[in-house]
Design a protein around this ligand. Structure first.
Ligand SMILES: Nc1ncnc2c1ncn2[C@@H]1O[C@H](COP(=O)(O)OP(=O)(O)OP(=O)(O)O)[C@@H](O)[C@H]1O
Length: 675
């Protein structure tokens, strides 16, 4: 064990020394300086990768029936000289039997060993014998490591489950499917675990996707903080973690009422923005521009042809505007040539009629004689390039184009829709007048969270697809996404390599889809791999039984999850409105005294957070608004005033279901009874 840690420490020191050398090396040119920065940056990433894997570096070992053995760890380590594996990366093919072997299919293993290492010292060992042989003095067959991992105290941060990934989870993590993988399952079934380990696996096994980057999208900053340690501890620091709100880079701190947010999440808004944009793209009319003393006119048919060609040529209203301008200018020069030709032909015809001479032939023959050159063509040739360049630079042309095809900013387009009742009526004919009135906003109103996907949609319509895209995107709590948010995410994953995990029984109030088909159909049709996780590793059997009726109401088709955990029966206390906070504090004090060091959470309606915090509850537990409880977990949870949670938001029953399924050990509900 020590030797492996020493080797890792050596690799880290070597990478640090290498980076110091690189940074000290002189750069003769800007190009070299750039190269140097890049090399140093690569080394810094490698150092973080190695450092991230230090804790729990080795966690497993498999002994084959032929007497050979492999150690399994967070990253792979090889000998310098002959590249022999000393430690096998958990994602490597050779590590598969560690996760997949069973007594029925031992995969040539005799023994699977789990190790728990702290500060380079093995603190526990647990063996499973897979080939039916009897344990020897060297085997330590005892309580499974999963039981140990599950009974450990929560810390407020999720840990990697790399040592104890279960077969049904491992099969998804390691799936060779490069398209869309969907994972559903009840609370605590390890969806987040699978999603994050899948991200690490993709980085390891799909080099192309890894090169283009992996993005993990979570529901809110609190959740991102909760999962933030998992990937670095697997040696992966290259993953971007974000929320939908941050993805578009539009800062907002205002939320719409849920009804409005839900409406803004509907896919109809994308069609409406596209329809509105078309109104800004030469919808009708001709085009006239003065060139010198000449007024050149293009017919509406010519303008429409330029518009259609520009739209087809390049995505994005503003880039297409440039193409449109060039096509118009081409059409203008063609018209000038045509007009000039007509005028000269008229002069020639008049001259021929009066003098009997063919002027064109005459002047052409005359010039040929003079220059000794080939026929330069008709005498009325225009210097097209010069005229074209002048026109493209001409403020008058720009003004004329602007009238037909104005330059836009994404916000202009969204405002043009949401501040104009007529535009809403024309572009969203399927909404009722009352629904449209919910969407109407003032021109100076701040952007809201639900506006972000609209702004992102508008940005793609106006400026073209986003510049930063990813090879693989992981979405957690994916049931929460609105149709507009799905568009925003899919836009950033052109290869459609995605891992999506969620549970529609936990949907929030703005969610627009009821199932995966509805959510994904517009993007990938039926082409997604659907997996179910069936065992809860968080919520005790007793708590799951307690929410059975609630689940039957909010998701009648969902099969109840079974749990690996058993614990106390959930308790219910009642308090008067005035005694509520005191009752919550009493309960928290009692839990802390009985179970010191455990992580306690208080989950309440969003509106109650302020008062509970102000009155000192946050000194005893983390106070979490029900709207932000998705994905989180605590050893003990106190749910405050379930009736208030149930009625606070349109999806109150589902919020309550989420709140009641956050505890790994103890759940206490404090209900309020009028005095
Ligand atoms: N194979 C495993 N080994 C150890 N712990 C696990 C394993 N799978 C899941 N867990 C633990 O179970 C708990 C629940 O897992 P996770 O949060 O991934 O569930 P979830 O399905 O995403 O839950 P929710 O629906 O509430 O978001 C976490 O503490 C996680 O670490």
């Amino acid at each position: 064990m020590s030797a492996l840690h020493d080797l890792l420490a050596e690799r880290i020191s070597a990478a640090r020394a290498h980076r110091a050398n690189v940074l000290e090396s002189p750069a003769e040119s800007a190009g070299e300086a750039y190269e140097r920065e890049n090399a140093a940056e690569r080394l810094s990433r490698e150092i973080s990768r190695l450092e991230g894997a230090e804790k729990g570096l080795v966690f497993g070992r498999i002994d084959r029936t032929d007497g050979t053995a492999l150690r399994i760890g967070r990253i792979g380590l090889h000998t310098e000289e002959d590249d022999l594996p000393l430690l096998v990366d958990w994602r490597a093919h050779a590590a598969r039997p560690f996760y997949e072997a069973t007594p029925v299919h031992p995969m040539d293993l005799r023994r699977r060993r789990h190790l728990r290492v702290e500060e380079r010292t093995v603190v526990s060992v647990s063996d499973e014998l897979l080939d039916g042989t009897a344990p020897t003095g060297e085997d330590v067959v005892g309580d499974g490591p999963l039981a140990e991992a599950l009974s450990a105290r929560r810390t407020g941060r999720m840990h990697a489950a790399v040592a104890t990934l279960q077969a049904e989870q491992d099969a998804i993590v390691r799936s060779a499917h490069r398209g869309v993988t969907v994972v559903q399952g009840g609370p605590g079934t390890g969806k987040t675990v699978v999603a994050l380990h899948r991200a690490a696996y993709v980085l390891y096994a799909f080099p192309r996707a890894a090169q283009e980057g992996v993005l993990v999208v979570g529901p809110n900053a609190r959740f991102l903080d909760y999962i933030s340690q998992v990937l670095p501890s697997l040696g992966e620091n290259e993953v971007d973690l974000t929320t939908c709100r941050e993805l578009a880079g539009v800062p907002t701190d205002t939320a719409d009422p849920y009804g409005t947010a839900r409406l803004k999440g509907g896919a109809g808004l994308a069609d409406a923005l596209a329809a509105l944009l078309r109104r800004h793209q030469a919808p009708a009319g001709d085009f006239a521009v003065r060139v010198g003393r000449q007024l050149v006119r293009l017919s509406d048919v010519e303008v429409a042809a330029a518009r259609d060609a520009a739209v087809a040529a390049v995505p994005g209203h503003n880039p297409a505007r440039q193409v449109f301008t060039e096509l118009l200018v081409d059409a203008v020069t063609a018209a000038m040539r045509r007009d000039m030709g007509d005028v000269l032909e008229q002069i020639d015809a008049d001259a021929a009629r009066m003098t009997g001479l063919d002027l064109d032939r005459f002047t052409g023959a005359d010039r040929r004689r003079a220059e000794g050159a080939a026929d330069p063509g008709p005498a009325h040739e225009l210097d097209v390039d010069a005229v074209r360049a002048d026109l493209l630079d001409d403020a008058g042309v720009d003004r004329a184009v602007e009238a037909l095809w104005p330059r836009l900013a994404p916000g202009d387009l969204v405002k043009a829709l949401l501040t104009d009742a007529d535009a809403l009526a024309v572009c969203l004919p399927l909404l009722t007048a009352q629904e449209r009135s919910l969407l109407l906003r003032g021109a100076d109103a701040p952007w809201t969270d639900a506006d972000v996907p609209l702004l992102d949609e508008a940005a793609s319509l106006v400026d073209g697809p986003p510049r930063r895209t990813y090879g693989h995107v992981v979405v957690d709590e994916a049931q929460e996404l609105t149709a507009m948010q799905w568009r925003m995410i899919v836009r950033r994953c052109p290869a459609r390599g995605m891992t999506l995990v969620g549970d529609f029984a936990q949907s929030g109030p703005a969610a627009t889809a009821r199932d995966w088909k509805e959510a994904l159909g517009p993007h990938v049709g039926p082409r997604f791999d659907l997996h179910d996780l069936t065992v809860s590793y968080r919520t005790t059997q007793q708590i799951l039984e307690g929410v059975r009726d609630l689940l039957a109401r909010i998701a009648p088709d969902q099969k109840p999850t079974r749990s690996l955990r058993s614990g106390d029966r959930p308790r219910t206390l009642t308090a008067s409105p005035d005694g509520l906070v005191a009752a919550v504090v009493r309960e928290l004090r009692a839990q802390s005294a009985a179970h010191p060091g455990e992580l306690l959470g208080v989950i309440c309606a969003d509106t109650a957070v302020g008062e509970l915090t102000a009155r000192g509850v946050a000194r005893h537990a983390r106070v979490v608004p029900a709207s932000e409880a998705r994905g989180l977990e605590f050893d003990g949870v106190v749910v405050v005033d379930p009736e208030e949670i149930r009625t606070a938001r349109p999806c109150g029953e589902r919020d309550l279901y989420v709140a009641l399924t956050r505890a790994t050990k103890r759940l206490c509900t404090v209900t309020v009874e009028p005095a």
